[in-house]
Structures are given as C-alpha cells and as structure tokens.
Design a protein around this ligand. Structure first.
Ligand code: GUN
Ligand code: ZN
Length: 437
C-alpha cells in the first residue's frame, strides 16, 4: 500500500451527480496493489479520517500540491506528432498535403518505434494517462505503439487505420488484408495487460463499402473492442459523403448502416449533426470525441454543447493531434470553453470548469465505457493520477492564491495552465514522469 497526502480533486461516484467535483483541501489518497502490479485506489478523503484507518501505511506528503485523476484523451493520432501546426485551407487539403504523406512513413518499424516512445513520453509529460489513438494504416505502427504502452504499464486503446480508397499509395490498404490484419491485431493486443483495440475505419470517404461491411462484422463479433472514426467534421467532407451515399439520410447514418454505431464506438468531431443524428448517437450508446483545438485550427466548426446535452449522448474531450494543436489537456479545456461561448446554434454557454475537467477525465472514461476504472479517484479506480503544482509559474501562483472557491481555482488552472503544472504523472501507482520523489 502507498499513501499520498495533498489537496485532492476528484469526481462524485456514478449516480452521485455526473460532473460534480469534490475537493479535499488536506486529503489522503491510499492505493493498494491488486496482485498484478496495478495499484488501485483503496481509500480517499480528508487526511485525518483516512489516515486513522491506515496508521501503518507510509505517507508521501505533497504539500501545496493537488492530486487529480490522470487525463483521458478520447481521440489522438499517433503518426501525426510531426503534423501539428501544418496550415491548410481545411480538412481535405490538410489530409492530402501533409497528413497522408507523413503517415506513409509509419510502415517502417525502425521509423515508428522511436516516435511511439516520444508520443507516450509527451502524453505522460502533459498528464494524459489513457488515450484512444489512431495508428496509421500499417500494422507495424500498432505494434510499436501498443508495445511501448505495454512496457510502460500505460492504458492505451489503438487501432490500425482502415483506408482502402481515395487515399494515396503508401497509406492505402488492401480491403481483404486490412480486415485480416485488424482481426489479428485484436487477437494480439485486445485485453492484454491494460491495452485495448479499436476497429478504425478512417472516415467514410476512405473506406469502400466492403471494408465498412467487414469492419461492422468485426464490431459485432468483438463487442468489447472499441470502434473509432471521424464524422461530420467539415462541410466539404459532408458534401463528399453525400455524393458517395446519395440515399443515406445523413453522414452518421452511413456508419449505422454498416453496424458501426454501438457502445464503445467513438466518433471524433460530430459538428454537422442534426437532431435525428443526435438521437441516434444517444439510442445506440455511441460517444463523441470533442476536439476543439483541431476544429479551431482547421476551421472545421463548433461542437454544439447544448444540443448534445439535450439529446443526452455521451461525449468527452480530445486533442486530435495533429489536427489539434496541443497535447495539453489544459489547452483543450480552454478551447472547449471558447467554443462553448461562440458558435452555438443557441446563445453561447459558459461551460463550468468542473464540467470541463470532468469531460477530460471521468466523463471521457464514461464515454469510453471505462467508468469506475479510470478517470476518477474513487475507490476501485486504477491509480492513474497527476500531481499538479498550482504555483508552477509566477502568474499561476498569484492567480491561484486569490481563488475564493473551487470554480475560481479550476478556472485559473485551465486558463493559465500547461505542462508546467504537471509536476508528476503516476501510472497504476508507479511514478513514470516528472520529478523523482
Ligand atoms: N478525417 C479523416 N482523417 C482525419 C484525420 O487524420 N484528422 C482529422 N482531424 N480528420 C480526419
Ligand atoms: Zn482525428
């Protein structure tokens, strides 16, 4: 067992008010190993009462620091680390000019293995402890990424991208082989240690009907495997899908037609949905990955928070690196706040900082079907957490000292924060990044 004394930020247990944050000024977090080396939260609460129950457990004291759940990134592209900040008129030219040529390099394990190590280092440095990631279309890229995650004890879900049409040489895959490879990768990686597999049709334009059909069959055969894709991100993309499937009711309905909407299916962007689409998201248990830095950078549009909440489907935050501009959950939360203010079909909302934080931790975990396991520090959760230094910069120190309540504190961290706030990242109870204690 281990114990950490610090301020604690976590969220109400399921049923206890989704998104309600709990803050313990002087708290104690106790973790215990489950026998397989993964520490889980044993107890959490105010220091005096929890310490009295665990008198023999040695305590690490993180004075002035805040322990919070590790962040969950619901949508990120491993082979796009070096694509960040590539300007283009919009999504489709960006894919053609920067993304596809770059991803073609990932067929080579000698190239992609060091990038996988960098990618995971960067996630951890920024306090991200779980990600749902696109690899490239090459199985070798999945092997490098999940192999690296496994060796670090990181919870990671990833998949080989399916793209057998409208894609250039070097990234385009073969229809039959792509499905054989996907099934082999599911059998190799899904459920191994903390790893998961996601069936990954890139988006409707890049997948033939046969490939989509095969993906849907695998999604039915392996119901606890994830599905990830993109939908309704960009107006030109939506118009293209309309020409490919003129009889489909909507872009989203094409995925439905192939059996790709279900619990554990996660669709990035979900900007150009209508009310029927939103109802379909909700009724099928499908989740959205909201990627505000990407949508602002590529000029894609704005996720409609109010409409999503009215429909009641699940969503969480995501970086979408490299369309997204930052690995930092603080940057993503701030961009989500801006988007809430602007671009809504009804007058803008002022997203509450507790809600924003929840969307990138416990809410994202719920949207991935991993509620109660990650994204929170309730007893039973895996001990993935960050140690935040609210005085990491002179301005943060001034501003957080003035905070009169939890919302003011969280707003200060979201607006002024970045990787400098993350003093340490702990994975399954082991320190993996940051200062050695
Ligand atoms: N749609 C299809 N592929 C991609 C991608 O790599 N990034 C984004 N943002 N959208 C996509
Ligand atoms: Zn994406």
């Amino acid at each position: 067992m281990k114990a950490y004394r610090a301020s604690l930020l976590y969220f109400a247990a399921p049923g206890g008010g989704a998104g309600r944050a709990i803050f313990e000024e002087d708290g104690l977090l106790v973790t215990a190993s489950n026998g397989s080396g993964v520490q889980r939260v044993q107890a959490i609460g105010d220091y005096r009462s929890v310490a009295a129950r665990y008198p023999d457990v040695p305590v690490e004291h993180w004075s002035g620091r805040i322990i919070a759940p590790g962040f969950v990134d619901m949508h990120i592209h491993f082979p796009q680390v070096d694509v960040i900040g590539s300007p283009a008129e919009g999504l489709l030219p960006w894919l053609e000019h920067y993304t596809f040529p770059h991803e073609s390099r990932f067929s080579d394990a000698a190239y992609n293995a060091p990038v996988a190590a960098f990618f995971i280092d960067e996630l951890l440095r920024q306090g991200v402890t779980t990600a749902l990631a696109f690899a490239s279309s090459h199985p070798a890229a999945v092997d490098s990424l999940l192999g690296e995650a496994q060796s670090r004890g990181l919870r990671m879900i990833a998949g080989k991208v399916l793209m057998d049409q409208n894609s250039p040489d070097g990234v385009r895959d073969d229809t039959t082989q792509s499905l054989v490879d996907t099934e082999a990768l599911i059998n190799k990686w899904h459920g191994v240690d903390r790893l998961g597999y996601a069936i990954t049709p890139r988006f409707v334009p890049s997948c033939s009907a046969v490939q989509m059909q095969g993906a849907g069959e695998l999604a039915a055969k392996y119901p606890d495997v994830w599905v990830q894709s993109h939908v309704a991100e960009n107006r030109d993309e939506v118009a293209w899908v309309k020409t490919l499937y003129p009889d489909a009711r909507s872009y989203l309905s094409v995925y439905e037609q192939f059996g790709l909407l279900r619990p554990r299916a996660v669709y990035a962007h979900c900007i150009y949905l209508d009310s029927e689409d939103r109802a379909l998201m909700q009724s099928t248990g499908t989740s959205a990955a909201v990627s505000p830095t990407s949508n602002l950078f590529l000029g894609s549009g704005f996720f409609d928070y109010m409409a999503a909440d009215e429909a009641g489907f699940m969503y969480g935050l995501a970086s979408d690196v490299g369309g997204g501009t930052s690995f930092s959950p603080f940057h993503t939360m701030l961009a989500a706040y801006y988007v809430g203010r602007e671009g809504q079909t009804k007058p803008g909302v002022s997203l509450n900082p507790q809600q924003l934080w929840w969307q990138h931790t416990a809410g994202a975990a719920r949207a991935l079907g991993l509620e109660g396991l990650i994204g929170n520090l309730q007893p039973g959760c895996e001990a993935d957490f960050v140690i935040i230094n609210p005085q990491a910069t002179p301005l943060l120190a001034r501003k957080t000292a003035l905070a009169g309540n939890l919302d003011e504190l969280l707003f200060a961290l979201i607006v002024l924060g970045d990787d400098r706030l993350i003093e340490k990242t702990v994975i399954a109870g082991s320190s993996v990044s940051g200062k050695v204690v």
